[in-house]
Design a protein around this ligand. Structure first.
Ligand code: CA
Ligand code: CA
Length: 594
């Protein structure tokens, strides 16, 4: 009770401060509105970071060159911000930078606006979470979206909150879904032509995956597109056709709780007008309950941004039996091969294959392993697009009994999990944060119960090698070959960024933010942040200097689900801070003009 009163009075005080500031200097205080044109050009404007993914395609490539493979040795901290409190869990956010402010999200559905120059806190928002939320894999948040004067993010109780960038006041809130049914939200929303694009989390609870588009200024629904075959889509409140064909790839009634959660959000192809979203496992995990391909689970789905209809889909793991969520980001890029330029897109799937597709029609161009061990499939048939499966499914549990176990690799935490890769058009390489691990997995009988875990499986994750689990790998999409790799003892769980300065940045659970030579993989710089880095690095320029920002704070799915791997990393310190770096010797190197 006390706590509640305290919070209310703090909220009032913050509100008053906001009003006072607005009254004294109104024109200076109002935020510069973020427009569709600015968002569309985000990758080419180094003075701001308007989107998680650093542009529509999610390449996480910066044109800035002041910090480069020659100067990075002089990178030092500029300031650090503590997220505070006892709520020190995984910090997976990517910062957004606009009009003098930096916006970061944090564990337990929190958001801060910081002064871009000093790192001082301007305002904060702490979402009041109800009892009974069921986030499967830590209380993380992966970033916000900016539009007009708003900063918008999703919460663990499956809501969307839009705040005024200047005052931090709530402008609108919308409910994505009922958290009591197992829904939550952790991904960063995507803005496409004034629409706010979101998905749902909750694939382990038998939710129905879907992608939704709302008016970003008001939160009003425009269209919704289910990613489980058989469910009806809607456009402007009217029926807009079912996804696929009811019961075509799903037996009986299981499609009604079919999973395929879109829990990692989407990217956008400006030239195709398609929104690319990955989908998670079909529910439950025990595949004997649901014969068929179970569309559109474990797939990449291309949805027309205006009509909300699926234009193509590609499924990596038909009738998935290993929780190989295919949610991983699909990154558009122009691939040069045999003297031609192909409109391509790539995805490093949890199942261990690096897929290159034609992004206009979803045709499979290549599928190459990016991990050393795949027990479940020996390859992918390029004609049919289907995996060539090995005999690696766990046994049927029958009635009331546990089924026989198998050892499978990758583990269900994936050859790559949520942490986004990066693409450099300069080197032509993708930088993939991979992990080498397997699992014992078996089936158990299961029935659906609203809001309860809906797996029908048991498992133990195990490392494959003694000396490393994580591996940052540079992949050539034209050949499918690994060009270089960096091995890390703990599993990699943070995002990757690459820059025109010939650099690749990523963090480690051991606490380091590291920089590598983009061409050779040589480690050039590292800094100890005090806790594990599972955030997404980004970069911007201000007053002629280039800055790098990353969140530090160990957590995520590994400590909760990692089995024998979790034991290996149990001594990593918790944390919760945002670090900003710049060159010690500033002003000498030139700043790139795009
Ligand atoms: Ca920008
Ligand atoms: Ca899953």
């Amino acid at each position: 009770m006390n706590h509640k009163i305290e919070r209310t009075s703090i909220a009032r005080a913050v509100g008053l401060i906001g009003l006072a500031a607005a009254a004294s200097a109104l024109p200076a205080v109002a935020a510069v509105p973020v427009t569709d044109a600015m968002i569309a050009n985000d990758q080419n404007t180094p003075n701001d970071v308007l989107t998680v993914g650093m542009g529509f395609s999610g390449q996480r490539f910066s044109t800035s060159t002041q910090i480069n493979s020659d100067t990075v040795v002089d990178l030092v901290p500029a300031w650090s911000f503590s997220m505070g409190g006892e709520k020190q869990r995984g910090q997976e956010t990517q910062a957004l930078v606009h009009d003098g402010k930096i916006f970061i999200t944090g564990s337990y559905s929190r958001l801060w606006a910081l002064d871009q120059k000093t790192g001082a806190k301007l305002w904060s928002y702490e979402h009041r979470l109800p009892e009974g939320i069921v986030p499967c894999c830590d209380v993380v948040n992966r970033g916000a979206a900016l539009y007009d004067n708003l900063v918008i993010f999703g919460t663990l109780d499956a809501k969307l909150v839009a705040l005024d960038q200047t005052t931090g006041k709530v402008v609108w809130t919308e409910t994505i879904a009922d958290f009591k049914g197992g829904y939550s939200y952790t991904a960063a929303p995507l803005i496409v032509k004034g629409k706010l694009i979101t998905g749902v989390s909750g694939g382990e609870f038998g939710v129905v995956g879907r992608v939704e588009a709302r008016d970003a200024k008001t939160g009003k629904m425009v269209w919704t597109r289910p990613t489980v075959e058989g469910h009806m889509g809607y456009l402007n409140g009217k029926e807009n056709g079912v996804s696929g064909k009811t019961n075509a790839t799903w037996p009986g009634d299981l499609w009604k709780t079919g999973g395929a959660a879109t829990w990692l959000g989407c990217t956008y192809g400006a030239d195709t007008n398609q929104i690319y979203c990955g989908t998670g496992n079909p529910a439950p995990w025990n595949a004997f309950t649901r014969p068929g391909d179970n569309l559109y689970s474990t797939s990449t789905v291309a949805i027309n941004a205006d009509t909300g209809k699926i234009e193509w889909s590609y499924q990596g793991t038909p009738n998935d039996h290993w929780d190989f969520d295919g949610v991983n980001e699909f990154i558009s890029f122009d691939m040069k091969k045999d003297g031609k330029t192909v409109k391509a897109g790539a995805k490093a799937d949890r199942n261990g294959f690096f897929y290159v597709l034609n992004r206009t029609d979803g045709k499979l161009l290549s599928a190459s392993p990016f991990v050393t061990k795949q027990t479940w499939a020996s390859g992918v048939d390029l004609k049919t697009g289907r995996p060539i499966e090995s005999n690696n499914r766990p046994g049927n549990p029958g009635s009331g009994e546990k089924g026989s176990a198998v050892f499978a690799a990758p583990s269900f935490l994936g050859g790559k999990n949520w942490m986004p890769m990066a693409y450099s058009g300069q080197t032509g390489l993708f930088y993939v944060p991979a992990n080498e691990w397997g699992m014992d997995i078996w089936n158990e009988p299961i029935t659906y119960k609203k809001g309860a875990a809906y797996l029908g499986a048991g498992f133990t994750i195990k490392p494959l090698y003694d000396d490393y689990i994580g591996a940052l790998r540079a992949m050539d999409p034209a050949t499918g070959k690994v060009v270089w790799e960096y091995k890390n003892p703990a599993p990699l769980w943070g995002g990757v960024m690459t820059t025109a300065g010939n650099l690749v940045f990523t963090g480690t659970p051991e606490g380091f933010l590291k920089a590598f030579d983009a061409k050779t993989g040589k480690e050039l710089w590292k800094f100890q942040t005090g806790s594990g880095v599972v955030g997404q690095p980004t970069t911007w320029e201000m007053d002629g200097e280039q800055y790098i920002g990353v969140a530090s704070g160990w957590g995520g799915a590994v400590p909760l689900w990692g089995g024998e791997v979790a034991k290996k990393v149990k001594d990593i310190s918790q944390g919760g801070s945002f670090w900003v770096f710049k060159l010690h010797k500033s002003g000498k190197a030139t700043v790139a003009q795009n």
